[in-house]
Design a protein around this ligand. Structure first.
Ligand code: ATP
Length: 927
């Protein structure tokens, strides 16, 4: 059919008032062929891409202003004001005030840029996971990105997809759509293509149309795209569009609490110093200067930037390992996971099914062949000599079963670039391959017996039925699904070409066959059918699915992913318990779980049915012992997560279906499947597995632990230094010395000499034992596990070293030099010692237990790079005149510099000795 470019569609077009043909006509489209690629290009030009302009959230100005609401920055601003007043009174240029203000503004700009970048990065990550759409173009089914849709496209919908554009239904099977995004109505609505509605029908009543942003809960449909981009109903509601969430991570929240603690602590300290000073009749001006320096010293100005960069780098490393983070807190909390609940099919297994066995009432067949290549042999097992004439072509039950495989199927088997591939569900694809091996001509069959109705597969019903028009009048209903459930719908069984009422022993025989296949780890499907003389009016009902004739079973191999065994082992070593939650049969689940090391011989398996009989408290009692749940439905997953959480587990849970969304939301880390996952499950998740692989969850957990360890490491590093600075400044007036550091020098230390090595520490690679120790409690205090005492201890050591140097340098300079210059000289030595001592700290803090000589410097060359760079910069401040003048330092001699280095080295020595002491203590405890 030649398709011409349609006239632009008048807006608003009441598509719900038009019949199917009229709508197709208006958009010059064809339900079987769609539109041509040429036409797509023309329409993209005319209507634009199918994209929504982003939500106008906080304005950039608001984001900028918000940067200055941080309590630590507010304190710095106060310091700047006081210091400016003091300098102006003394008729000096307010250098410190200018420097502090610049730092505050710079911090604001950096914070602003980071926040904008973080939002962009998260939005980009979300786009990466943006939905794909199946369309018909040029008569072919294609998968395209949602933004390439144009009016006139024929879009195919199935359960789990998020509708990517507004459209008029052309045909539908049991279509149910949740439109809460538009109407606020949580209940899914049934849609019907054949309706033609009044123009004034409200959005919620337009049952023959679907709208962008809504979710297909059940069924499938063919839809004519009518509106795209900002023309859609969703586009009109600006506030609902592409909401980019910017949640603070638990650490970021704790950081702001930390800010409060630091500011309060420093104010108390200032009060004490000023109080003691005044009691000792000290000079108020000097005391004020001391207080200002202490206030600047206590604020870890560089810390927020380092935290943000670390989290951003963490998400990047995770993406490289195929884990796409959707919500930032997950980066950090992943390290705390204690239990990973995983689906089986596709996550633990390869999701590449190959049928290996067929069982009918009287025959057992073995099928050979690899992958999706449709060639293989059928061997009839235990074939008595008198049956040697039997082939797959003359066993009626097998022929009937192959027919069911073809008709009860929505997948496509294709050869692409010489390789056989499946479009659709691999389970169904494997059935097409089987039918092909048996010599079936699908298209000829499907042509002779067209499909009339369908109830698609769902994880709740665990079966699928189709109704096709029979060749000689009448209709045939084919059903396939979980063997036990399908068998329950059967009253008859086919033996040869005869149909008999099914006897109890035959039911037992079928169940035994099922168990035999399942215990080999095979995924088993049962097949049944019946004829229906009358076409049911509105579609297939449960009644139509009763009184079925049992045909047989198919067992297919879905091999475990080879890398999962190792990943499970690593999980166990890391104190993480893997749990399998599957819709599959308990014996199949058990066989695979045992093979992968998730469960062991004799372990209990709980089935969905058993779960239903259990109260929540009974489940809570057992949940810590059970590693396999089989034949479960999505709603059971929610109960399992809740029970695990009640037992203080921190749960990561995978899911792919629409109905997995509540469990994904409930889990501490909800994980959706990138390949097989529905849009709805992705939307509910914190993280997406781009390769659907269990091993990726373990890799992401490892990255999460590395991020958390590094964050703790640089917080220790930065705050230890701040404590050292504050003590040094506080002690100076008590020793009757002037304030050794001016605010500008303190800012330099906090931002540059602490900031640069801290950034380098943020990329420290995983320690060898990172997956050999138990997970940390996500609720643990940031100072837990010795971190608080370490910071105080190191702060005191740093202060003792600096104060010792200060006492020596003060004595030395005042006795050897003219008083006017001596102050600057010893102060510069104090400043230098504090900075260089931190370099030793940075080198030593790379590991808590390993000595620096035991660490390979090349595993984190940035630390050494930043230490060398910072040392050089520090020397520039002393030996390059303009910097010397600006920072108020003094040109100290090389001997004096060597003394500073000597004192600084003590810091490094101390930390290394601490490590040796810890080792000795551990060794003592062990022996
Ligand atoms: P997991 O939950 O680990 O992904 P699963 O894929 O086996 O496991 P479901 O998809 O809920 O879980 O399938 C449950 C059962 O339904 C399967 O064991 C199988 O017997 C049956 N089944 C699976 N796919 C189909 C299908 N396309 N048509 C009919 N029945 C199916």
């Amino acid at each position: 059919m030649a398709i011409e470019t349609p006239a632009p569609v008048a807006a608003p077009a009441y598509w719900h008032t038009l019949g199917v043909d009229e709508a197709l006509n208006k958009l010059q489209s064809d339900p079987e062929q769609g539109i041509t690629s040429k036409e797509v290009a023309v329409r993209i030009e005319r209507y634009g891409t199918n994209e929504l302009t982003e939500k106008a959230g906080r304005s950039p100005l608001q984001i900028f202003i918000d940067q200055f609401t941080n309590i630590m920055l507010l304190m710095l601003m106060a310091v700047a004001v006081v210091s400016a007043v003091l300098d102006i009174q003394a008729k000096e240029f307010p250098k410190d005030a200018v420097a502090i203000s610049s730092i505050v503004v710079l911090n604001g700009i950096l914070g602003y840029m980071q926040e904008m970048n973080a939002e962009k990065a998260l939005a980009a990550l979300k786009r990466l996971s943006s939905p794909k759409v199946r369309v018909i173009r040029n008569g072919e089914i294609l998968e395209i990105s949602g933004k390439e849709l144009v009016p006139g496209d024929i879009m195919l919908l199935e359960a789990g997809v998020q509708v990517a554009a507004d459209g008029r239904l052309l045909e539908e099977q049991n279509l149910q759509v949740r439109e809460s995004a538009l109407t606020g109505e949580a209940e899914a609505v049934n849609k019907e293509a054949h309706l033609i509605l009044e123009a004034d029908a409200s959005l919620g009543d337009r049952l023959n149309c679907v709208y962008q942003g809504t979710e297909v809960v059940q069924g499938r449909a063919k839809v004519l795209v009518t509106k795209t981009g900002m023309q859609t109903e969703l586009g009109k509601i600006a506030s609902l569009i592409q909401d980019v969430e910017t949640e603070d991570t638990p650490l970021q929240q704790r950081m702001s609490q930390l800010g409060n603690v630091l500011v309060t602590g420093s104010l108390i300290l200032v009060a004490i110093v000023v109080g003691i000073g005044l009691l000792n009749k000290g000079n108020f001006g000097d005391l004020l200067k001391t207080s200002l320096s202490m206030a600047v010293a206590v604020v870890p100005e560089g810390l927020p930037a380092v935290v943000t960069v670390t989290l951003a780098l963490g998400t990047q490393r995770m993406v490289r390992r195929n884990a796409l983070i959707r919500r930032l807190p997950a980066v950090e909390t992943l390290g705390s996971v204690t239990t990973i609940c995983s689906d089986k099919t596709g996550t633990l297994t390869q999701n590449k099914m190959v049928v290996q066995g067929i069982r009918t009432g009287q025959h057992s067949l073995q099928v050979s062949g690899d992958g999706y290549v449709p060639t293989g042999e059928f061997t009839i097992l235990g074939n008595p000599p008198e049956d040697s004439h039997l082939t797959v072509n003359n066993i009626p039950e097998v022929q009937q079963l192959l027919m069911a495989c073809v008709f009860c199927n929505d997948s496509i088997l294709q050869q692409k670039d010489g390789e056989w591939i499946i479009i659709g569900d691999p389970t169904e694809g494997a059935l097409l391959v089987l039918a092909s091996k048996g010599g079936c001509d699908f298209s000829e069959w499907q042509h002779r017996m067209p499909r009339v109705f369908e109830v698609p597969f769902s994880s709740e019903r665990k079966r699928m039925s189709v109704l096709v028009q029979g060749e000689h009048g009448g209709n045939v209903l084919f059903c396939k699904g979980s063997p036990e459930l399908t068998l329950e719908c059967c009253t008859h069984i086919q033996i040869g070409d005869q149909i008999h009422a099914i006897a109890d022993f035959q039911r037992q025989h079928v169940l035994a066959q099922n168990n035999e296949l399942a215990s080999r780890g095979l995924r088993v499907l049962g097949f049944a059918y019946r004829t229906l003389p009358e076409l049911p009016a509105g579609g297939i009902t449960e009644k139509d699915e009763s009184n079925l004739v049992w045909v047989g079973l198919v067992g297919m191999l879905d091999a475990p992913r080879p890398e999962v065994r190792e990943a499970v082992k690593r999980c166990r070593e890391a104190g993480i318990r893997p749990v399998m939650i599957t819709g599959d049969h308990q014996l199949t689940a058990k066989a695979i779980a045992e093979d992968l090391g998730i469960a062991f011989k004799g372990d209990q398996v709980i089935t969905g049915k058993e779960l239903e009989l259990m109260s929540q408290s009974e489940l809570e009692q057992q949940v810590n012992q059970v590693s396999v749940y089989a034949r479960v439905s999505p709603e059971h997953k929610l109960r399992i997560v809740q029970a695990l959480q009640k037992q203080h587990n921190f749960v990561a849970m995978t899911g792919d279906g629409v109905n997995d969304a509540p469990a994904l939301k409930q889990a501490d880390i909800g994980i959706a499947m990138g390949i097989t996952g529905t849009d709805v499950s992705k939307e509910a998740s914190d993280m997406i597995l781009l390769d659907d692989n269990f091993a990726t969850i373990v890799a992401a957990t490892e990255e999460g632990r590395v991020v958390y360890t590094n964050i703790r490491r640089f917080i220790k590093y930065i705050l230890g230094s701040n404590i050292g600075e504050v003590i040094t400044i506080a002690i100076a007036p008590i020793l009757n010395f002037s304030v050794p550091l001016i605010p500008l020098q303190i800012l330099w230390m906090n931002l540059v000499t602490d900031g640069l090595p801290a950034l380098a520490l943020a990329v420290e690679p995983a320690e060898p034992n990172v997956m050999k120790r138990p997970p940390v409690d996500p609720r643990e205090n940031i100072f837990a596990r010795g971190m608080g005492s370490y910071m105080v201890r190191i702060g005191i050591v740093l202060a003792i070293i600096t104060i010792s140097l200060m006492v020596w340098a003060h004595g030395y300079t005042t006795t050897h030099f003219d008083n006017v210059y001596s102050a600057n000289r010893w102060e510069t030595m104090v400043f230098t010692t504090l900075c260089i001592a931190q370099m030793g700290h940075a080198i030593a803090i790379r590991s808590n237990t390993q000595l620096t000589i035991e660490l390979n410097p090349m595993t984190n060359p940035y630390v050494w790079g930043s230490v060398i760079m910072t040392t050089v910069l520090q020397l520039v401040l002393i030996y390059v005149e303009p910097f010397r003048i600006f920072f108020g330092t003094y040109l100290i001699t090389s001997t004096e510099l060597a003394v500073c280095f000597g004192f600084s080295a003590l810091m490094f020595v101390w930390i290394e000795l601490e490590k040796l002491a810890i080792r000795w203590w551990l060794w003592q405890r062990q022996s």
